[in-house]
Design a protein. Structure first.
Length: 282
């Protein structure tokens, strides 16, 4: 209410049609602020987009639009991320396609969050949710180090993230993350999601292309893999997943978590990899 008073837009002016008759009937001036005229007069005003009613527009993009109990916005997600442990640490590989619904917003997005030199997190779901909560986790990990003069364990860090997310369960968060690192017990890998689920294991894959990645991982994963074999397995799993999943693509971003910290292996275009694999079968 205070914002409307400050910006000079009557409450009835929100309910207008594309020609502005409803706004005029509600007492708003004919020259209502448009996209290009916003701020031209020098006083603060709310720029309301012309066109459909916001409530009508949102109903077509929300869950349960026919119910009166409220609407949850349907967010279209798509990605492929994976991580697995082996004798030389943990390999993390992701695709790089960031999609906004059916629109590809960028083809070179890094879905690995560098929490600290000994912890990595992956992003799956809402990019904003994953970035916020894992950056908040990075702050708490740093505070733990300053208080205790030692690094937080991978298990404790994953539990901390799960405890933060479970407090907001059912409130619309979209997070499916893998947390990996190296501590006193060696390499560790955990899966955490927005429901507070926390699972530890030797390999995980998240995102819309995870079923295709699991097929490659399950057939090729071994604990005694060499470093190059592990790199090739990660690249192959992501590449085949992007070939089958329309919401995944771009390049393969790969990290290797070692005892002395993570290193970035590099990124490889999935199209080149798929052509290499096709030529090798001939």
């Amino acid at each position: 209410m205070a914002l409307l008073d400050v910006c000079g837009l009557p409450r009835g002016a929100w309910d207008w049609d594309p020609l502005g008759e409803a706004a005029l009937a509600a007492g708003a001036p004919r020259s209502s602020p448009g996209h290009y005229a916003f701020g031209a007069r020098g006083e603060p005003r709310i720029a309301v987009p012309r066109g459909r009613q916001p409530s009508e527009f949102l109903q077509t993009h929300c869950q349960g639009s026919n119910s009166s109990s409220g609407h949850g916005i349907e967010l279209a997600h798509g990605t492929t991320t994976l991580a697995f442990t082996f004798q030389h640490g943990v390999v993390v590989a992701t695709d790089s396609r960031a999609s906004a619904g059916s629109y590809i917003s960028t083809k070179l997005f890094n879905k690995v969050i560098e929490i600290n030199p000994y912890l990595l997190g992956t992003m799956s779901g809402s990019a904003a949710d994953c970035q916020y909560w894992e950056r908040l986790l990075a702050k708490h990990c740093r505070l733990f180090y300053l208080r205790n003069k030692e690094r937080i364990s991978v298990s404790a860090a994953s539990k901390l993230l799960a405890n933060m997310l479970i407090e907001y369960r059912g409130m619309g968060l979209s997070v499916g993350s893998m947390l990996c690192g190296w501590d006193k017990k060696g390499p560790g890998l955990y899966y955490i999601d927005d429901n507070g689920v926390r699972l530890g294991g030797p390999l995980f894959s998240t995102g819309s292309g995870n079923t295709y990645a699991y097929g490659v991982l399950d057939s090729g994963h071994r604990h005694d893999l060499s470093v190059e074999e592990a790199y090739d397995l990660g690249r192959k799993a992501i590449s085949y997943a992007t070939h089958r999943d329309a919401y995944s693509g771009g390049v393969v971003n790969m990290y290797h978590m070692k005892e002395d910290g993570w290193i970035r292996v590099g990124r490889t275009d999935v199209s080149q990899l798929l052509h290499q694999y096709a030529d090798a079968k001939k």
